[in-house]
Ligand binder design. Structure first.
Ligand code: PEP
Ligand code: MN
Length: 367
């Protein structure tokens, strides 16, 4: 196994007092006036870092692609006047060069960059020898290996001030989100890199203002280290992502409503009770596995019996009945029907695998 990557802790590079780190600013820098007005509002909220898009990777040509380098002096003025660090998205080595000339404090790689290892490597090569924090968004598609790979490429270029930004994933399914969060992927990333700071981007997950509160709260409940949220002084006229941007005042109200939970407690009563509940869970998990093992043994016996009688493995009526009845039984026990259906899909796949093994073996299957 490779040694764990040693990232610089977030509080050693981000301007932040208490968790969560809050990064906010417009989707795009549109004018010096827009940037200054927005950031003045955000400064009052004690936002830890500003963000603004300069080079906007739009999906289709002819939509607003950002003001490019023209906007960099605006950023510098705002940053110097308000004394708050500024982060921008970079997608090419030239972007890095230009951003650094204007004293940008942190960079991020967008979802459309993380998706392309050639692109990420070019950026990594350009960053070698530069001491700047880099935040890496998840790729557009739900492929954790691409996200891990991008982090490794940047890390291998000598950057240790790294954070991962979770901005959700595109999907063909119709959902209420612009990009479905698939929280389990971000949690898996954190399991892979326990020391990596994890920042949630509710704006690009939600795509609309109404959902921002619940998604931000969920991220904090999952112990994320920070939030990056789009804010515009006048979202109605925003040139990009108008529906998901909040005014600084609305953002302040949203942040005030967030509940910040403890990650752990030293209270002895709490610790004892939690231990007690967890040991009951451990006990039930053993029983659950014993029951599953006993069920699989019966599945094997069914396989043997079908084989002896020359009957096919897959019998649609039987599985239709299982998929119909088990979620119903579960519902009566106050279990979520979709959850039970998912469990039975997995059991079905494994049952078929077992029975195929039995059919193909001359001896009795043991694994
Ligand atoms: C952005 O943060 O403005 C942006 C373009 O986001 P993403 O890369 O997540 O689409
Ligand atoms: Mn945006």
């Amino acid at each position: 196994m490779n040694p764990p990557l040693t990232f610089t802790p977030l509080n050693a590079w981000a301007n932040y007092d208490t968790k969560p780190l809050i990064i906010a600013g417009p989707c795009s820098a549109e004018s010096e006036e827009q940037l200054m007005q927005t950031c003045l509002g955000l400064k009052q909220l004690k936002v830890d870092m500003f963000r603004a898009g300069i080079w906007k990777p739009r999906t289709r040509p002819n939509s607003f692609e950002g003001y490019g380098s023209t906007a960099l002096p605006w950023l510098k003025t705002v940053r110097d006047e308000l004394q708050v660090p500024f982060a921008v998205e970079v997608a090419t080595p030239q972007h890095i060069d230009e951003a650094l000339k204007y004293g940008v404090d942190a960079l991020w790689l967008g979802a459309r960059t993380t998706v392309n290892p050639f692109n990420v490597q070019e950026i990594a090569d350009a960053l070698r020898g530069i001491d700047i924090p880099v935040m890496i968004k998840n790729p557009v598609n739900p492929d954790i290996a691409l996200w891990i790979g991008a982090i490794e490429r940047i890390y291998n270029a000598g950057i240790t001030k790294i954070a991962a930004i979770h901005r959700g994933f595109s999907t063909f399914q119709k959902t209420k989100y612009r990009n479905v969060p698939m929280w389990q992927i971000a949690i898996e990333l954190k399991t892979h890199f326990p020391a990596i700071p994890l920042i949630c981007d509710p704006s690009h997950i939600c795509g609309q203002r109404d959902l921002l509160q619940e998604v931000s709260q969920k991220a904090l409940d999952l112990n994320y280290d920070g939030l990056i949220i789009e804010s515009h002084i006048n979202p109605e006229v925003a040139l990009s992502d108008a529906e998901q941007q909040l005014t600084p005042v609305a953002l302040g109200e949203m942040l005030d409503k967030l509940t910040i939970r403890l990650t752990r407690s030293n209270n002895a009563e709490f610790i004892n009770h939690l231990e007690e509940l967890r040991s009951k869970i451990d006990h039930l998990d053993r029983e659950l596995l014993e029951i599953l093992a006993a069920r699989m043994l019966l599945v094997e016996q069914v396989g043997e019996y079908k084989k002896e009688n020359n009957v096919t493995i897959f019998q649609i009526d039987r599985w239709d009945e299982i998929f119909r009845s088990r979620p119903e039984w579960g519902k009566k026990m106050h279990l979520n029907k979709d959850f039970i259906a998912e469990i039975y899909k997995l059991i079905h796949v494994e049952s078929i695998r077992k029975q195929t093994e039995v059919m193909q073996n001359n001896t009795t299957a043991t694994s």
